[in-house]
Design a protein around this ligand. Sequence first.
Ligand SMILES: NC(=O)c1ccc[n+]([C@@H]2O[C@H](COP(=O)([O-])OP(=O)(O)OC[C@H]3O[C@@H](n4cnc5c(N)ncnc54)[C@H](O)[C@@H]3O)[C@@H](O)[C@H]2O)c1
Length: 464
Amino acid sequence: MKDVNQINRRRFIKTSTTAGLTLGMPTILKSNPLKAASDEIRIGLIGCGAQQEVLYETMKNIPGIRFVAACDIMREGRLKKMAGRIRSAFGYLVNRYSDAETMLEKEGKHMDAVFVATPDFWHAPHTVMALEAGCHVYCEKMMSDTLEGARSMVAAMDRTGKLCQIGHQRRSNPRYLYVLNELIRKQKICGQIVNVNGQWNRSLGSSTEKTYPKEKIHHLPDAATLRRYGFNRGVDRQLDAAELHKRFLNWRFYKALSGGPISDLGAHQIDIFNWYLGARPKSVHASGGRSYFDDREHFDNVMCLFDYDTPQGNARAFYQVLTTTSAGGGYYESFMGTKATINISEREAYTKIYKESWVPSSEWRKLVDKGYLKKVSAGHSAGGSDAIASYESAPPDEYAIPGGIGLNTPYQHHIQNFFEAIRGKAKLNCDARHALESEAPIYWVNQAAETNEAITFTHEHLHT
Ligand SMILES: NC(=O)c1ccc[n+]([C@@H]2O[C@H](COP(=O)([O-])OP(=O)(O)OC[C@H]3O[C@@H](n4cnc5c(N)ncnc54)[C@H](O)[C@@H]3O)[C@@H](O)[C@H]2O)c1
C-alpha cells in the first residue's frame, strides 16, 4: 500500500505527460466491450460508507449487474455491513478487501465498473488506479480535494480510454433536463436570465460532529491504519487514536482531506449554474466565516458571487452555503429572468415557477394547454395598509412543472446512464472532463474568501 501523497504525485506526473494523446476523442467511442460474455456489468465498490450505501440501494434495483468485490478500510461496521446487504439481496458473497490497490490488482480483470465513494482526498488516487486497472469508474463529487487531483482524473480517463462518470447526479435528473431543455431553451419562459441565486442552508442539527458508539469503537480502523491511509495529512505532529478517529469520521472538517462546505454542497449547485447558463464564470468574489464552529478548519458559512458572460448577455450568480441555519427553504437553485423565475431543486417541493406580472397570462395559458406547465395559484399581494403601491411590482403567478417529472431516487438515472454508456448505448451525461470544466471555479472560492480578494479567472485557473 502506498501513501496517498505518493500515489497522487506519481500518478499526476505520469498522467499529465501523456494526457495529450487521446484528448478530444468522444468518450463513447472508447468504451471497451464488457469483460463478461453476457452484457452483465460486474461491479466493485471502493468506500462503503453513507453514500455508497445510497448508491448501492439504487443499483440493486437495476437489472443486469453483479457485485464482485467491495473494499473499505473499516472492515467491521462498514465493509461487513455492505457485504451482508449484498448477500441478503442477491444470495452471493462478494470478495472483501481493506486495500483498494490490492483489490484492483486481484479483481481488476474481472470487473467492468468501480464505484468510488471515499473521502474527497482519496477520489483521484482511487479513480486513476481503477481506470488503469481497466475498469470504468463512477466517482462521487467533488472530483478531488485539489485541482491537480481532478486534472489527473481527466488525464487518466483520456489515457486509458475508459469511461469516468462523476456523481453530479442532477445532470441525469429528468426534472433538471426538462426545465433546461424544454422550458428555458425551447419555450424560453424565463426571457433573459440576468441573475441566479442558489443556496444550501443546513441547521446545526445536520452540521454536528460525528461520533461513534463507545461500545463499538473497536470497529473503527486503528491509528496505524489511519496514518497509513493519510488521515493525519496536513499535521506535523503525532496524532493519537482519538484525534485520528475524529478526523476519520469528520474528514469534511479538514483542509487536507476535503474542500469544506463550499465544495461538499456547493459543488452540486454551482455545477447547475454553469450548466444552465452555458458558460463558465469570469470571476469570483467571496466571503466566509468561522462564525459558529470556530474550531473547524473550513468556513462554516460562505457567500460568493460569480460574474458571467452567457450566450444571452451578462449575468451574476450568488451562492451561499450555511451550516448554522436551515432558513429560506433548504436547498435550490433559482434562475431569475426578465419574464419568469424558476426555482429548481432535487426536492420537488422546492421546485416552483413564477411568471412576471407584465407577461400576458394568455401566453402562459397556451403553455398550460400544451402540457408544458400547470398553474398553481394567482399572485397574492402581501396585503396590509402599509403597501407603497408606487414602489412595488405586482405579485407573480405561481406555476409548476407537470407531475411525473419527479424522481423516486435522485441517483437512478445517473447510474443508469453510466451503465448504458458501458454497454455502448449512451454517452455519459457528466464525464470527468465536463465535470471539471464546471467544477474548476469552485476550487477557487475558499481562496477568494480567505484573502478577501476577487479572483479573475484565466486559463491557468480553469483549464482541465
Ligand atoms: N452525490 C451526492 O449527492 C453525495 C451525497 C453524499 C456524499 N457524497 C460524496 O460521497 C463521498 C463519500 O461520502 P460519505 O458521506 O459516504 O463519507 P463516509 O465517511 O460516510 O464514507 C467514506 C467511506 O470510505 C472509507 N474509506 C476511507 N478511506 C478509504 C480508503 N483509502 N480506501 C477504502 N475505503 C476508505 C471509509 O471507511 C468510509 O466507509 C464523498 O466524496 C462525498 O462528497 C455525494
